[in-house]
Design a protein. Structure first.
Length: 836
């Protein structure tokens, strides 16, 4: 790529393909054939021929300044300036012209139809009020290879924000842009921007509207109204607009698809927009003890949920709970849910982020139920009769020395200690394994222990290599543990002590101050620095163990058992109370909840959040995060005898929908975003979460729809830019709204963009559409003034660039030298008599 000279008057030689210069290393080979009897003149000619050819292949050019440049002046004469502002712009232009160098070709680009001074070689008019269009025209007015300057005298507000390409081109071509900011006439209040938040069926669509004005109405109040196809949906309280005022309104999302909205200010004007309403939350209902519970649940929750009832045993078959964002387990005894199904369900929660809502009576939460089962370890409550069998959660990071000094029995012992420790953990615990061997890496990232054998296999694959550098591994383990919400957090270092550094004490103290214990295990018998490892454990408030051989293996247990209270099912009039201030109850009246008719006394885990409890403190509704998902437990039957008192509660459906919605997987299966640039529409589809092997090979189907939801056309030119990120670009008139529906397997995503969403009228240009003039000048090397009456800098003298290719002359010189070499070799030499 050719680069210009560093100074305006410089002359330089540039190379288009400098890499061809590496061929010069082959020039010494020309000497090899004549090494026995070197002929230096002949050798010099050959070297000169090949040197000229190599230089010609590098394609050098002589770049120098030549000719006059172009001076482009962008003059704002839009009506938004008012007569005084237009006159101030013309006066500023006259002052700039008085100081501008002569001899250059001058071009005037006028924004608007206002009067412009004479004396310009070319005059263009931009009628759209777009600064980006004016800058595009200014860039095009300066031909490639010609120097130039741009002087922009304008109000920074524009009708669009598409100036990035023009600014990048001006900066790349080193064209300075001088800017003078003008101030427009005061404007009455107008709608500057409307943002519609994504929503699902049954939710409220949040519409954020920015109203801007200069207060010319004299303190008058305004009111926003939102309608859809003539039907009023929402109206704001009166407000004043002096500057930018943000008003938030909510409208109901009653059906999936696209909802047209019109936002009006004081009943005049208006902005049309679109809301993309996603499908309802898919709920997998597992329950069979309560007859007719699934249809009742669907009626109670309303259109925001799509209830899919299945028998509990189906989890052990073809039903994969990871495909649903929410699973409801309603009064299902442990005997009806095989261990394989429980493991599948807990994996879906921990890995795929599926939400689990477990509810029921004595069969679900009583003693002998889910105690000592994979599902029981994931619940936020423990049965009273089995509390002593459930131990508090532990987050453990095992740091294993796999350096070269650990070869043989030492590494085998380290693996045995690590595997035994992992076997002590339950599905409620976290585990991660870091190995260090000069570098450090997570052999097993931090996650819930739902796959203990996989962790043990990862430990078994370690091999001894490299140096013993422990410090980075300790840092990794600390960062992996510090944000985890576990009862106990430990780092277990397993090494022979022969580490290459000795600066751990400050780091270990910092780890201990963050309530993370550091324990150490010295393995192998010939410990290089056993005292140091004991000191690390002391500073880290942990324990030190010495394991010289396999007969000295120790049993590491980082938990303490809990006590067992008496079990029981309590019936009667049970008064319950919601925990105030929780985000779960925003917008709901939770004071004076109806009493329950019965519940199962349980105990909330220390890490769980209790949302509703009895007067005695027994949890009724508890929740906690498990891996990537969330588990919520309701210790009574939502449709059985225990909630008989709640049947007449008017907000029961809203309350249950809120609890289920916050338990469900928060992230959607995909995110669809749209971006307009005049008559082009860019579409980006981002898959979220781990994709299956089938999904990794599948391209999403992207379709444009009309107002009735019928397909207009399918977009086939889809490119995968990154794993799970798909982009497409298609023509679409700016006068047409964009309704995009994406189908990816069983998932559906929608996105909408109003017609001309990237363009504003001149009478309603928001402050967010203001071109940063000072940054523009700084980026391109020009000057900026905020006051049109201030002293200006001089317009820079510019000249064009001229490049002369040197490679044809070098090729011709190589040809001449080659012919000279032929003549030299064939020219008769002066010889002695008797020789020919």
């Amino acid at each position: 790529m050719v680069a210009g000279p560093a100074r305006a008057d410089a002359v330089s030689v540039t190379l288009l393909y400098p890499i061809a210069g590496w061929l010069a290393v082959l020039l010494p080979l020309l000497w090899w054939p004549m090494r026995a009897r070197p002929r230096w003149r002949h050798l010099g000619l050959r070297i000169a021929v090949f040197a000229c050819l190599i230089l010609a292949l590098m394609q050098p050019s002589l770049v120098r300044r030549a000719g006059a440049g172009v001076q482009v002046f962008v003059l704002d004469q839009r009506a938004v300036l008012g007569a005084d502002g237009q006159a101030a712009a013309r006066r500023a232009l006259a002052r700039v012209l008085a100081t501008a160098p002569t001899g250059a070709r001058r071009v005037l680009i006028a924004l608007g139809e206002g009067a412009a001074p004479p004396g310009f070689a070319t005059r263009q008019v931009v009628t759209t009020g777009s600064l980006s269009t004016a800058l595009d025209d200014a860039r095009d007015a300066i031909p490639l290879g010609t120097g130039g300057t741009v002087t922009l005298i304008a109000d920074p507000r524009s009708t669009d924000r598409h100036w990035d390409e023009a600014l990048t081109a001006l900066a790349a071509r080193r064209i300075p842009v001088d800017t003078i900011a003008l101030t427009g006439a005061p404007q009455p209040a107008f709608i500057g921007d409307v943002q519609v938040a994504p929503a699902r069926v049954g939710e409220a669509i949040r519409v954020d509207t920015t109203v801007e004005g200069d207060g010319v109405e004299g303190g008058a109040t305004h009111r926003l109204t939102i309608t859809s196809e003539g039907r009023p949906l929402a109206s704001s309280a009166p407000f004043r607009a002096d500057g930018a005022t943000r008003v938030a309104l909510e409208v109901p999302a009653t059906r999936a698809g696209f909802l047209p909205l019109r936002v009006t200010l004081d009943g005049r004007g208006g902005v049309d927009t679109l809301a993309a309403v996603q499908d309802p939350v898919r709920l997998l209902y597992l329950g069979e003890r309560q007859a007719g519970a699934a249809p009742l649940l669907q009626r109670l929750l309303g259109p925001g949920f799509a209830v899919d009832p299945r028998p509990p045993a189906a989890l052990a078959g073809a039903v994969d709970p990871a495909r649903w964002p929410l699973v409801m387990l309603d009064d299902v005894p442990a005997a009806r849910l095989p261990v394989a199904a429980q493991q599948r369900l807990t994996r879906a929660v921990a890995r795929a982020g599926t939400g689990l809502f477990a509810s029921g009576g004595f069969a679900a939460f009583g003693p002998g139920g889910y105690a000592d089962t994979p599902l029981g370890a994931a619940l936020p409550v423990t049965p009273r009769g089995e509390d002593k069998r459930i131990r508090p959660s532990v987050a453990l990071a095992i740091v294993i020395d796999s350096s070269g000094s650990m070869q043989g029995d030492r590494l085998d012992l380290a693996k045995q200690v690590a595997r035994q420790t992992v076997r002590k953990l339950t599905a409620n615990d976290w585990v991660g394994v870091v190995e260090f061997y000069g570098a450090r890496q997570w052999s097993v990232p931090m996650h819930h222990v739902t796959d203990g054998p996989d962790v043990e296999r990862a430990i078994g694959r370690m091999q001894a290599q490299g140096a013993s550098v422990l410090f980075p591994a300790l840092q990794e383990a600390f960062y992996g543990l510090k944000d985890l919400d576990a009862r106990y957090r430990h780092i277990l270092v397993i090494s022979d002590g022969g580490v290459a550094e000795d600066r751990y004490q400050q780091l270990i103290r910092h780890i201990a101050d963050n309530r993370i214990n550091v324990s150490t295990v010295a393995v192998g018998g010939k410990v290089d620095d056993e005292k140091s490892m004991a000191d690390w454990a002391r500073i880290g408030r942990g324990r030190f163990y010495s394991v010289p051989d396999e007969f000295s293996l120790v049993d590491l247990d980082f938990k303490q058992p809990e006590t067992r209270p008496d079990p029981g099912y309590r019936s009667g009039n049970v008064v319950v109370k919601a925990v105030q201030g929780s985000r779960w109850w925003a917008g709901l009246r939770m004071a004076g909840l109806p009493p329950l008719s019965g519940y199962v006394p349980t105990r909330a885990r220390p890490e769980a959040e209790t949302l509703i409890a009895t007067r005695a403190g027994d949890p009724i509704l508890s929740t906690w995060p498990v891996g990537a998902g969330r588990v919520t437990a309701l210790t009574t039957e939502p449709f059985g005898a225990g909630t008989a008192g709640w049947r007449g509660w008017p907000d029961y459906g809203r309350w249950l929908a809120r609890v289920l919605g916050l338990t469900a997987r928060a992230r959607p299966d995909m995110v669809v975003t749209l971006d307009r640039r005049f008559d082009r529409l860019s579409i980006a589809v981002q898959r979220l979460g781990a994709a299956s092997a089938d999904a990794a090979r599948r391209m999403p189907a992207i379709v444009l729809l009309d107002g009735a939801g019928r397909p207009i056309r399918r977009i086939d030119d889809v490119e995968e830019r990154a794993p799970g990120l798909f982009v497409a670009d298609t023509p679409l008139s700016s006068a047409e709204p964009a309704r995009v529906e994406v189908r990816d397997g069983g998932s559906v995503g929608r996105a909408a963009d109003a017609a001309a969403s990237d363009i504003r009228p001149e009478s309603a240009m928001p402050s967010s559409f203001a071109l940063p003039l000072a940054d523009l000048s700084q980026r391109t090397g020009g000057w900026h003034r905020d006051d049109a009456g201030a002293a200006f800098g001089a317009v820079q003298a510019t000249r064009g660039w001229r490049a002369t290719d040197l490679w044809p002359w070098l090729a011709l010189l190589a040809l001449g030298l080659y012919l000279l070499d032929i003549g030299y070799r064939r020219w008769p030499a002066r010889r002695f008599a008797g020789f020919r």
